[in-house]
Ligand binder design. Structure first.
Ligand code: ATP
Length: 316
């Protein structure tokens, strides 16, 4: 995807958030990447989009953005058909890094200014207000000092921040983030999470795809588990359960249970369950183990070397 195709926006208010109704996407090669995807996300919330590689997360973002056509179904945004909302530039999209052509010769401040294109006429002459919003967005993500750098010269985490700044400059009420935490360090992750929480408090709608299962309960009010269709959707505490995650990830998930003598020197049967798809494990503590609960870490469907590796992650 070329940087220039990722244009910018406008503010708008609506009573509803993001609604998908039987969304089905079939690529030109005949592969149906999504079928009958249904969900409804209210305003003022952050929703995690979670699923294995190839489960259709990016396809869903592209379908919402109108980059791929729907074979069936519809999307409504802030109470109006997606096409109309997209024309009003109320949706800001932060794509996966791999989707962007980083050789496109453009300065950081120009990337952020793209977020303002939807507010300009065809001559694209930036107003004082446009420049002010670009400055504010760059400062808010801590990238003010990098504004005159070529985007391709930045680190992965810095690029993510710049794209977030572009979404901020756009002033979109709906923000779609495709794997914003991939390849970023803990400081950048914390910066992004803080920012998303602020945006939620401002009443925006955010859909965030991530493989960092552990961070989902920390900042996402809701979650959608997906594997070509929606497996579970709703408040995180209801959706982010061991059974649902196992259904969503099947054999791909690394899953360990610590209990018995490894954890307690008394008869306490509570266990620590570590579920991980990627870098940040999802840790459950306090589930009662059955009699004879595993006393050693148990790797279900894990790779041969995964036990030590993931047990180490769980400790960190
Ligand atoms: N342009 C395309 N043409 C045909 N098939 C595609 C195209 N893009 C994606 N697919 C297929 O659609 C499915 C969903 O891909 P998608 O990129 O949406 O998955 P994802 O959940 O975002 O994966 P990841 O976690 O790896 O980013 C995959 O099977 C993929 O091979």
């Amino acid at each position: 995807m070329n940087l220039a195709t990722l244009s910018g926006a406008n503010t708008s208010a609506g009573q509803n958030g993001l609604v998908a109704d039987k969304v089905t996407v079939t690529y030109r090669n005949g592969h149906t990447a999504l079928f009958d995807v249904d969900f409804a996300i209210p305003k003022g919330t952050i929703t995690a989009l979670v699923g294995v590689n190839g489960s259709g997360k990016s396809t869903l973002f592209k379908a919402i953005m109108g980059f791929v056509p729907l074979a069936r179904g519809s999307v409504s945004i802030l109470g109006e058909p997606a096409g109309r909302a997209l024309k009003r530039n109320v949706v800001a999209y932060v794509p996966q890094s791999e989707e962007v052509d980083w050789n496109f010769p453009v300065l950081v401040e120009d990337v952020v200014m793209m977020g303002r294109y939807g507010h300009m006429n065809f001559l694209r002459i930036a107003s004082r207000q446009d420049r002010r919003l670009v400055d504010a967005a760059l400062e808010r993500v801590g990238m003010g000092a990098f504004r005159r750098r070529q985007i391709g010269e930045l680190s992965g985490g810095q690029k993510k921040r710049v794209f977030l700044a572009r979404a901020l400059a756009q002033e979109g009420d709906v923000i779609l983030l495709d794997e914003p935490f991939t390849g970023v360090d803990v400081t950048t992750e914390a910066t992004i999470v803080t920012l998303l929480k602020e945006l939620r408090d401002e009443g925006r709608v955010m859909l965030v795809s991530t493989h960092n299962l552990g961070s989902v309960p920390e900042f996402c009010d809701r979650a959608i588990l997906i594997n070509r269709t929606v497996l579970a959707a709703g408040p995180t505490e209801k959706v982010f359960t061991r059974a649902n995650l196992e259904a969503a990830f099947g054999g791909v998930l690394r899953h360990f249970v610590l209990g018995g003598a490894d954890l307690h020197d008394d008869a306490d049967t509570r266990q620590v369950t570590v579920i991980t798809d990627d870098e940040r494990p999802f840790v459950l503590y306090g589930e009662k183990g059955e009699d004879g609960a595993p006393s050693r870490p148990t790797a279900l469907d894990a790779e041969p070397d995964a036990e030590g590796e993931s047990a180490g992650r769980a400790e960190s």
